[in-house]
Design a protein around this ligand. Structure first.
Ligand SMILES: *Cc1c(COP(=O)(O)O)cnc(C)c1O
Length: 373
C-alpha cells in the first residue's frame, strides 16, 4: 500500500513500551537453554499453591463471561484494606488502570508531572490523551528530588504520577516526603500513587498509601497489583483505590467491561487469601536483595537503595552493550533507555542461583575494562 491513513498524532508520537525479553527469544539469542530472566520483576517463587488449586479445571467455567464488577474480589480487597469496595476498581493489570484513569481524568493540554527514570506507562498513557508530561529527574544519589517535585506541584498539574517504591530506581517516598507533597497539592491535582512494590517495602518504615491518603482530603488513586509479590503477572490483575466515587466511577466507565477474566478473578481471590505464602516469598526476596546489593557494592557498582524486588545501578558502558554481554551468559536484565539514563541497568532479584549467575556474569563484564565510576 502506498497511501496512508491519518492516525491520532498523540499515539504516533508515543515512545514504545520497553518490555523485558521473553525466555524463547533469550534462548535463541544466547544459545543457553536455562535462562535467568531478571528483566521483568516477576516473582521467582511462582505463586501460592492455593492459586493453582483454585484454577483446577473443575472449578473454572471459561464459557461464562466474567463479573464486570469483580464483586467478590472487590469485597475481599475491601476487607483486606479496610476500605469501601465501591472506591475500588479492578483492572486487567494495574497498567489498564493507568490507561483508564488517564482517559477518565485528562483533557488534551492538561499537564502531568512525573519523575524520570520512570515506569513507561506513567508517561505513555497521559501523552496518549494529549497531555504534556513534565519529568523530574532523580537526584545524583539516586532518590526523589522532593524540592523539584514540590516546585512542579505549585504549577497545579492535573495529575502527579509517582511509583513508590519507585520503579525503576528502588527507594520509597518517606512519610515526611509524602506529607510535604500532600501539603503542597491543591484539590485540582490528583495524586496517582502507584504501589506496585508495596509488599516488598520495610513494614516498620513504609508509607501505606491506602491508609495514609484516606485520612486526608486530597484527590488520589492508589494502584496496587497481584503481578509482583503475589506472583500473578501472567494473569493480569491490579486495582485502583480511589479517594471518592466520582473518580472511581470515571475509571469504571473508561475501562473495558469484562476486563478481568474468570481465571484472573479466581486466582486473585485465592492469592489474597494466602497471605502467609506472599509474606514468605517477600522475605526470601528481601534477603536475596540485600545479598546481591552488597556484592554489587563490593564490585564497585553503587546500586540505589531498594524497597522493591529489583536493583538499579550504573554500569561502565552503554546499558544495551552490557545487557547483550549478560545475555550471552544466559542472563536477561533490563537496559534502561530513557534519555540521560542509558548507562543504567535494572535487575530483578531472582532465585539465589539466578542471582549468582548474574553476579558472575557482571564480574566477567568488568574484567579488562576500567572500573565503573
Ligand atoms: C509492575 C508494575 C506495575 C504492574 O503492572 P500490572 O499491569 O499490574 O502487571 C504497575 N506499576 C509499576 C510501577 C510497576 O512496576
Amino acid at each position: 500500500m502506498t497511501d496512508s491513513i491519518s492516525l491520532n498524532p498523540h499515539i504516533v508520537a508515543l515512545p514504545p513500551y520497553n518490555a523485558g525479553m521473553s525466555i524463547g527469544a533469550a534462548r535463541r539469542a544466547s544459545g543457553h537453554h536455562s535462562i535467568a530472566r531478571l528483566a521483568s520483576n516477576e516473582n521467582p517463587d511462582g505463586c501460592s499453591p492455593a492459586v493453582l488449586a483454585a484454577l483446577a479445571p473443575a472449578m473454572l467455567e471459561p464459557w461464562r463471561y466474567s463479573d464486570p464488577a469483580c464483586t467478590v474480589l472487590r469485597e475481599a480487597l475491601g476487607e483486606h484494606l479496610a476500605t469501601d469496595p465501591h472506591r475500588i476498581v479492578v483492572g486487567n493489570g494495574s497498567e489498564e488502570m493507568i490507561g483508564a484513569l488517564s482517559r477518565a481524568l485528562l483533557l488534551p493540554g492538561e499537564h502531568v508531572v512525573t519523575v524520570t527514570p520512570s515506569f513507561g506507562l506513567h508517561e505513555i498513557e497521559p501523552r496518549a490523551m494529549g497531555a504534556p508530561v513534565l519529568k523530574i529527574p532523580m537526584t545524583s544519589d539516586l532518590n526523589f528530588d522532593l524540592p523539584a517535585i514540590l516546585e512542579a506541584l505549585s504549577r497545579r498539574p492535573k495529575l502527579l504520577m509517582l511509583s513508590s517504591p519507585w520503579n525503576p530506581v528502588g527507594p520509597a517516598l518517606s512519610p515526611a516526603g509524602l506529607d510535604a507533597i500532600l501539603a503542597t497539592m491543591g484539590r485540582e491535582t490528583v495524586l496517582v500513587f502507584d504501589e506496585a512494590y508495596f509488599e516488598y517495602a520495610d513494614e516498620a518504615t513504609r508509607v501505606d498509601g491506602v491508609a495514609t491518603l484516606a485520612a486526608t482530603d486530597v484527590r488520589y488513586v492508589v494502584l496496587r497489583t497481584f503481578s509482583k509479590a503475589y506472583g500473578l503477572a501472567g494473569l493480569r490483575v491490579g486495582y485502583a483505590v480511589c479517594s471518592d466515587l466520582q473518580i472511581a466511577d470515571g475509571i469504571r466507565k473508561a475501562k473495558t467491561p469484562f476486563n478481568v477474566n474468570v481465571a484472573a478473578q479466581t486466582a486473585a481471590i485465592a492469592a489474597l487469601g494466602d497471605q502467609a505464602w506472599m509474606k514468605a516469598s517477600v522475605a526470601r526476596t528481601r534477603a536475596e536483595r540485600e545479598r546481591v546489593a552488597s556484592s554489587l557494592r563490593d564490585m564497585g557498582y553503587g546500586p540505589a537503595a531498594s524497597q522493591t524486588n529489583f536493583l538499579f545501578f550504573q554500569c561502565h558502558c552503554d546499558s544495551t552493550i552490557a545487557a547483550d554481554r549478560l545475555l550471552k551468559e544466559g542472563v536477561v536484565v533490563k537496559p534502561w533507555r530513557e534519555e540521560g539514563y542509558e548507562r543504567f541497568l535494572r535487575v530483578t532479584i531472582g532465585h539465589p542461583d539466578e542471582n549468582d549467575r548474574l553476579l558472575l556474569a557482571l564480574r566477567t563484564l568488568t574484567v579488562g575494562t576500567a572500573p565503573p565510576v
